[in-house]
Ligand binder design. Sequence first.
Ligand code: NAD
Length: 504
Amino acid sequence: MKFLNLDNNVPVIEKPYQGQMLIDGELCISQKGKVTERKSPAHDVVVGIYPDGSREDAERAVNAARKAFDNGIWSNLSGSERADVLIRVAEGIADRVEEMALIESLETGKPLTQARGEVSGCVDLWKYAAALARTLHGESYNNLGTSTLGVVMRQPIGVVAMITPWNFPIWILSQKLPFALAAGCTTVIKPSELTNGTTLILGEILQQAGVPKGVVNIVTGLGPAVGEPLVTHPHIDMVSFTGSTRVGRHIAAEAGRSLKKVSLELGGKNPQIIFPDCDWKAAVDAVVFGVYFNAGECCNGGSRILVHKDIAERFTLDVIERSKQVPVGDPLHPDVKVGAITSEAQLKVIQTAIENAKADGAYIRLGGNRLPTEKGMFIEPTVITNVKPSMSVAREEIFGPVLSVLTFDTLEEAIEIANDTSYGLSAAVWSKDIDICLQAAREINAGTVWVNNFLEGFPELPFGGFKASGIGRELGIAAVEDYTEQKTVQLHIGERTNWWLPKT
Ligand code: NAD
């Protein structure tokens, strides 16, 4: 395995980024004045200092967002006026790609090259949302007879709480925020306590782009201290959450008490199904990419492959050979593809999953260990075989660079195994036979099915999960529609027929 170090003594960042929350149009510290420090999981040095917010800060932010929604400062603007602001935000992000990518890389442990791609990709999400701000519209019904014209209007749903995780902090926020703004909503955002940096830089950009006071508020802090008060607050109309299925369930239950709308993007255990007639080289590459991209800390990661029995051993050996060559190391090294694990808690989850797989009788064919580095938390690319569908390593999300290899005989069996987990986020099928591809695409219960590809995405295409992978869709036209309420207006034309007239 290749571990790449940067052999120099240059500090990873000149000085830690000191971000501020954004409440009611002001960049501010927390009410109690407390702060937390974030260390780079690859270098073990402090890279960010952030306000440690509390319920009081959340309360202030919700009140500001409520006021800004109710006074119409944003929702009363035309779509084109809102689009202008969203475009200015996109330009603001584009101007600060390098700075944001560095913080994103240092806080998550992901390669800087990849963080650059993530931040640049956000620019396009904001531009796409700007286009939707101008094209969002309702419907009219002129087929209801001569006495009625039906108009279905779309109105912003109101104040949206957005709670985000640590694996793609700015990307996931950009799948939510610009679309809610395009619809005319106001928001309170709570980023993951591990990766506040890029969300707070975005707060500065929003200020400069002229987002009116109170329309976007950002409160940093822990889930129970800041996230929970948002979910339960009566002034919040909708909660948009991305994170673990465990916390998602809790949030949905809490939001249910006050009948708030929820949108949930949760975990996955995404299979890639490999048939003997696949494009072999492309499939091997996509398997390696699918499982090690973002060190496997990816809800969409291809953490299990189902390989036809006739090619299973040969295909697995090729995957192992390729896995040995994947460059792991310092995320700031330009050639690194797999960086550090983001937190100690996540490192333990991965190590426990590997131990459980061994105890269940699976074979660790490659890796399986934490790397003995002087600094930082790194896990070897790991391939596990002899995995049975009933084992936890085949069913539970691990969120690390760990591949489970399962085998199958027939298409029907492959689909059955693919569907045999509580998740349903994404899947891929690899074959040159169109019938196999279409049947798999139709019968796999997942929000996205790739045919002869993996992990590609477009802002135009909806993204989300079946079953325990979530509720609702982001991206696509649904992304903006999800943040609206529909209102039916019935216009009567001409004289109305009386229901009853008293006899005179
Ligand atoms: P997490 O669920 O622990 O935390 C997510 C967010 O919720 C954080 O901001 C956290 O502070 C907050 N939170 C925690 N407890 C809360 C509570 N009681 N009330 C309100 N908020 C609370 O998830 P994580 O560890 O940050 O992220 C990893 C998980 O996210 C993985 O399971 C992964 O699959 C999932 N994920 C899903 C997608 C998707 O789009 N489907 C994308 C990325 C990550």
